[in-house]
Write a protein that binds this ligand. Structure first.
Ligand SMILES: NC(=O)c1ccc[n+]([C@@H]2O[C@H](COP(=O)([O-])OP(=O)(O)OC[C@H]3O[C@@H](n4cnc5c(N)ncnc54)[C@H](OP(=O)(O)O)[C@@H]3O)[C@@H](O)[C@H]2O)c1
Length: 380
């Protein structure tokens, strides 16, 4: 196992962290909706086996939250860590949506310490900050609360997990001496939410970067589109889908640890194996190009609705006959095309602020995200 420093803290964290949001479910396969389903029971025996094996192999960072598995993740993690607590760093999150008045802050933390059967947390995060709940947390005195719980030793380091755009992300980063932030990041969503811009910004201010959803919750490892498989098959060195995705995240020196919500013992073993290769900047230019090509394979067109004419420089847009849709076609070289298309959209946005462009959509196998990077455009 490889280790990296968590920002400016004294913590040396394993580069693979265990996300306890997608634990194995009894009598059936695990699916995304199980995460918050109160009727689904976790397979405790298997979970404990996975956790112990991970720790024995050097994994030392565990991430859970009040709400995962409808409240069952924290108590089970507490149970699994009996006799192991001192070997690991334990992170959980304040369910900010349950905080209605200032007293709720301390009450929830105490409940979480009890559930986790521990006297202190190594990391405590405000869960899922966005523009709205960030404002509410400040009004309810959450920042003063974070000061208090660090001073009295119940929590060693504080941070926040995040789901919103990069503008508010930067505001939050600058508003408090956070030790770390937790962001969604993977080769497919490089420019989504905080994205690369946010990651670079937070790291430059000394925050540790904890990455969540490196496999997009499993979507980057299942039902691989044909176009993507073709790209991978053409690589010099074969890698599994999980390997492409995890190695791409670890390639960033700014990233401290990557949480994977592992659901089987085999996944734990495979991800630990991959983590041995996860040195910063260890992917070649060719590998990176391959990852970009796979991210953009299957996104053959950018389609723009209600465009105004004469706004593009390059590539030449085509208006689809009989519609008010516009296409920008990709050529063969996906990486350079991606830049060209990004540039074209950028020009479009700058050239048309308030002037006709309303929606952007991608045709092809992957229907989301690119448009979210550009203010003023909304996906349809
Ligand atoms: N704070 C927040 O707002 C927030 C939000 C999201 C996540 N998180 C945290 O971040 C953690 C990581 O996010 P995530 O769970 O979405 O991680 P992820 O690694 O993107 O997705 C986990 C899923 O990937 C698949 N997988 C994992 N290893 C694999 C392998 N070697 N081969 C093939 N498939 C593999 C499994 O899905 P299948 O078994 O279905 O194939 C697994 O359930 C979470 O567990 C949670 O702790 C926090």
């Amino acid at each position: 196992m490889l280790y990296r420093k968590l920002g400016k803290t004294n913590l040396n964290v394993s580069i693979l962290g265990f996300g306890c949001m997608r634990l194995p479910i009894q009598n059936g396969s695990q699916s995304a909706s199980d995460v918050f389903d109160p009727n689904k029971a976790i397979d405790e025996e298997e979970t404990i086996r996975m956790i112990h094996e991970a720790i024995d192999q050097g994994l030392n960072y565990f991430d859970t939250a009040y709400g995962y598995h409808a409240g069952k993740s924290e108590p089970l993690l507490g149970k699994a860590l009996k006799g192991y607590r001192d070997k690991v760093m334990l992170a959980t999150k304040l369910p900010v949506w349950l905080v209605k008045e200032p007293q709720d802050l301390g009450r929830l933390l105490e409940e979480q310490l009890q559930r986790l059967e521990t006297g202190h947390l190594d990391v405590y995060l405000l869960h899922g900050l966005n523009r709205q709940n960030w404002a509410r947390m400040q009004d309810l005195g959450a920042l003063e609360f974070l000061n208090r719980i660090q001073a009295d030793g119940r929590v060693r380091y504080v941070g926040f997990s995040f789901h919103d755009d990069v503008k508010i992300f930067k505001e939050i980063v600058d508003a408090y001496p956070w030790a770390l932030c937790q962001i969604q990041y993977n080769y497919y969503d490089e420019h989504y939410q905080a994205g690369k811009e946010g990651l670079t910004y937070a790291a430059s201010r000394g925050l540790g970067i904890v990455v969540m959803e490196p496999l997009r919750g499993g979507r980057l490892t299942e039902k691989i589109p044909e176009e993507v498989q073709r790209v991978w098959d053409s690589a010099e060195e074969r890698k599994t889908p999980a390997e492409w995705a995890l190695r791409w995240v670890w390639n960033h020196p700014e990233v401290s640890t990557v949480l994977s919500g592992m659901s089987t013992l085999d996944q734990v073993r495979e991800n630990i194996r991959i983590a041995d290769q996860g040195k910063p900047l260890s992917l070649s230019e060719k590998d990176l190009w391959q990852a970009y090509r796979s991210a953009y394979a299957g996104r053959p067109f950018v389609r723009i609705v209600k465009q105004s004419q004469g706004l593009y420089r390059y590539p030449e847009p085509k208006i689809l006959q009989g519609t008010n849709f516009c296409e920008i076609g990709f050529e063969r070289e996906m990486r350079s095309d991606r830049l060209v298309v990004m540039g074209a959209i950028d020009n479009l946005v700058k050239g048309t602020a308030g002037n006709g462009v309303q929606c952007l959509n991608l045709m092809g196998g992957f229907p989301e995200t690119l448009g979210l990077d550009f203010p003023g455009l909304h996906p349809i």
